[in-house]
Ligand binder design. Sequence first.
Ligand code: HEM
Length: 165
Amino acid sequence: MQFLLHVLLIFAFLNNLKTMYPDIKELHSYWAYGVLIFLLLAILNSVVGLSRKKPFGKNDRSIALIALIFTHVQVLIGIIMYFLSPYLETAKQMGMGAAMKDSTVRLYVVEHPLINIIAVVLITIGWSKHKKAETSEAKFKKIAVLYAIGLVLLLSRIPWSAWLS
Ligand code: HEM
């Protein structure tokens, strides 16, 4: 009986999430500004730190941490959206072969999620490597390089025309 109740609750929750898709999409859309701005700030801050040979301090750590948190939250929102997305439904109806030939469906169903997850993994590696690094120079370098690669990957798979229109 209790199991049935849980199943019903999960269905009700998922149904509710579906009606919230436009709001979740809007959140994902606005959150993306935070992701890009903080990643850029963390990278610029590390480049300045490196070139001025500054000691790696509390503020440097905070900027890198805020950028990391923004990207992680964005991935969580993205994963929830993915399973509710009309593009996934379209891809299922078209069949994977045909879906992969449609550049818009391919972008939303495969490229955007996959490349962005890889980007966030690299950013996370940058964060954990900076923690293990022993010198300030090495800390700044890990953040600058891995966050920058992550940012370039993110920028390469943002649906720009849909986002900015
Ligand atoms: C840090 C990583 C990410 C960034 C910066 C990002 C950014 C964006 C942006 C700017 C849009 C366009 C929103 C609009 O049209 O207003 C978008 C759409 C979308 N994103 Fe992401 N995203 C990220 C990660 C992900 C991940 C990991 C997934 C899925 C696993 C995902 C799923 C989606 C989906 C399904 C849409 C299409 C929404 C629609 O038009 O119905 N995103 N994303």
